[in-house]
Design a protein. Structure first.
Length: 257
């Protein structure tokens, strides 16, 4: 268990750094849930929590200095707590949502600290002190890692005992309500995504997907492949029309000449 906790903490310090830096993809909520599940020995719970939180992130991005809920760290912490305390994935999701919102405040502190580092780096650049410029960048990278690393470290040290004790005193009606709320969250995530997509223009395809999933009980991978095939056909038809239009325009121009 000690090795698992160490790996979780190391991943916690890496996850936000990857989000702001290399962008290898390990900072996505579904990947965070998968990796945490692999480390803790319960991939199914990790994928369920990470996949649900991934739905909450679709269509959401950060513009400028705006901070958004840290669902990737929440997926990691939620998965760890659910497995460490032997609770259901629904409880892990319910715990992860407030964690994602709380870490937003830590993210704001990180940006404030990194602005300080940037200003110092600019002063060192004026002085030609390139060694200190590098150190300012290293310090800013450390602050970035702290955003996810410190909450994960505190969770590993204090989380299981506190959460486990808290859950033992939760009445059955509240526990049931939390599980119901967790079950609704995927639908909320999809609803948020539909707000950003041109749903009215492609509503017929939405109906087809709904029929395939609900009435024909087709797995999501099969529906995704059908959607991909339809998108590919539409793309090719649109490309042909565009090529034909360009040839017509070019042909007309040559005749005029």
């Amino acid at each position: 268990m000690l090795l698992r906790n160490i790996l979780i903490v190391i991943y916690g310090f890496i996850i936000n750094f990857d989000k702001e830096g290399p962008k290898l993809g390990i900072s996505q909520p579904v990947v965070a849930g998968l990796i945490a599940g692999l480390i803790m020995g319960n991939v199914e719970t990790g994928l369920y929590i990470g996949g649900t939180l991934q739905l909450m992130t679709l269509g959401i991005t950060s513009f400028g200095g705006a901070s958004v809920p840290d669902y990737q760290t929440a997926a990691l912490i939620g998965t760890y707590l659910a497995i460490a305390t032997k609770q259901s994935a629904a409880i892990g999701i319910t715990l992860a949502i407030p964690i994602a919102l709380l870490i937003v405040q830590v993210d704001v502190l990180k940006w404030s600290a990194n602005i300080f580092c940037q200003q110092k780096a600019e002063k060192y650049a004026d002085q030609g002190n390139y060694r200190m410029i590098n150190w300012m960048q290293y310090l800013a990278t450390l602050f970035t890692s702290f955003v996810s690393g410190i909450p994960v470290l505190l969770t590993v040290i204090l989380g299981p005992k506190i959460v486990g004790s808290f859950i033992n005193y939760i009445p059955a009606w509240l526990s049931g309500g939390l599980k119901t709320a967790a079950g609704i969250l995927p639908a909320v995530g999809i609803g948020m995504l539909l707000q950003y997509l041109p749903t009215r223009d492609y509503f017929s395809y939405l109906i087809i997907g709904f029929v395939l999933a609900i009435y024909l009980k087709m797995p999501i991978i099969g529906i995704s492949l059908i959607g991909f095939a339809i998108a590919l056909i539409l793309y090719k038809n649109q490309s042909k029309k565009q090529s034909t239009t360009e040839e017509t325009v070019n042909g007309g121009s040559n005749e005029d000449e």
